[in-house]
Design a protein around this ligand. Structure first.
Ligand code: KG4
Ligand code: ZN
Length: 349
């Protein structure tokens, strides 16, 4: 972004990036200038999707098509800038719902072409990891990151802004997936995770849960055993006509699902000899996890950089933040960039 001062000297400020995110049920657009968020707009179809008990892909695509132009216009207006101030447009190209991704991607291509600015394709997961840079603009690698979303659960080592090494990941389900399944079996409405957290708040951690690779000296996770345990617990009690506390079950599940994340993340930070831990992804919005990470990092003398809840769940500012990293590295896409439904978590990211 270029400004002129009073004596008409040109001053080049940090790059201004427009981020666009449409991978699931949120149409989001954000403007950042360097690591400062100038605006952040979200139109969610979650209320409509809740009527169906989950995300219906076609409804998501149609709602993105309705909303994307308005949301981008609002982001530009609320940032107090004009289209000409934007240096690049960063857009999620995967992973996510194909039809939903294509809406944001096609819009971003047209936008970049019309303004003759670079297009940057962003891997959604890298967006979640980049959210930490917005929470603490002074953040610098190396650090250890906990990634816990609906599709991924992993501990990573950030060697540089551009390079992450996966230290360990889930061998089966993601943590968020387990929360969503437990929500369904407890008849809680979509979205599952926040509703399990709400119910857990009135329960106690009194039901013994499976161990889930807690004791193993690696950074891997496994959620399928825990998920199956909770499903069986509900079904067995229902079949026998036995009462049980749904709140205690939610609370015991939550503790088991999240304690292991805290333990392995802090151990990774110690072993990698870093001073800082960050976290990202929808599950990092969970209050129990946030408090437990805070406590564990304090005890271990580690700095914790935790994006606010809004920037843990899907948003466009994180896409712009990753876009800024790619912009500085000169990694631009051309108009043949296509959407990807899945992007596997490789050893290096
Ligand atoms: O990062 P995200 O918004 O989307 C993906 O990229 O997957 O994560 C969504 C996941 C869902 O599984 C949702 O249930 C979970 O994050 N989640 C939570 C909470 N908020 C969202 N899980 C536990 N507690 C929460 N408060
Ligand atoms: Zn996400």
């Amino acid at each position: 972004m270029v400004y002129s001062d009073r004596s008409n000297r040109t001053i080049k400020k940090e790059p201004v990036i427009l981020g666009i995110e449409t991978s699931c049920d949120e149409t989001a657009a954000s403007i950042i200038c360097g690591r400062t968020i100038l605006s952040d707009e979200i139109a969610s179809s979650a209320d409509v999707q809740a009527q169906y008990g989950g995300v219906v892909p076609e409804i998501a695509s149609r709602m993105h098509t309705d909303a994307v132009d308005t949301v981008v216009q609002r982001a530009v207006k609320n940032a107090g800038i004009t289209f000409e101030d934007i240096d690049a447009v960063a857009v999620t190209y995967g992973a996510g719902l194909l039809g939903a991704l294509l809406v944001g991607l096609s819009f971003a291509k047209a936008f970049a072409l019309a303004l003759d600015i670079p297009l940057i394709g962003v891997n959604h997961i890298r967006g979640h990891l980049a959210a930490a840079y917005l929470a603490a603009p002074d953040l610098a690698p190396p650090f250890v990151t906990l990634l816990a979303s609906g599709g991924h659960t992993a501990v990573l080592y950030a060697e540089s802004e551009e390079k992450f090494h996966v230290l360990g990941a889930t061998l089966d389900d993601a943590a968020g997936e387990a929360f969503d399944k437990v929500a369904r079996v407890l008849s809680l409405p979509y979205p599952g995770g926040p509703n399990v957290e709400k119910l857990a708040a009135s329960g106690k951690n009194v039901i013994p849960m499976p161990e889930m690779l807690r004791g193993e000296h690696n950074y891997n996770f496994s959620y399928s055993g825990l998920k199956t345990f909770v499903v069986n617990y509900c079904h067995t009690h229902a079949q026998r006509g036995e009462e049980y506390s749904r709140a205690d079950l939610a609370c015991s599940f939550q503790c088991a699902a999240l304690d292991v994340l805290v333990k392995k993340t802090v151990r990774a930070a110690r072993e990698k000899k870093v001073q800082t831990v960050t976290a990202g992804g929808g599950v990092a919005a969970n209050g129990y996890l946030r408090a437990a990470l805070q406590r564990a990092c304090e005890e271990a003398g580690l700095r914790l950089v935790l994006p606010t809840r809004r920037y843990c769940t899907d948003n466009a500012a994180m896409i712009a933040a990753e876009g800024l990293i790619q912009y500085r590295a000169g990694n631009f896409a051309d108009l043949s960039l296509n959407a990807k439904a899945s992007i596997p978590l490789k050893a290096e990211l």
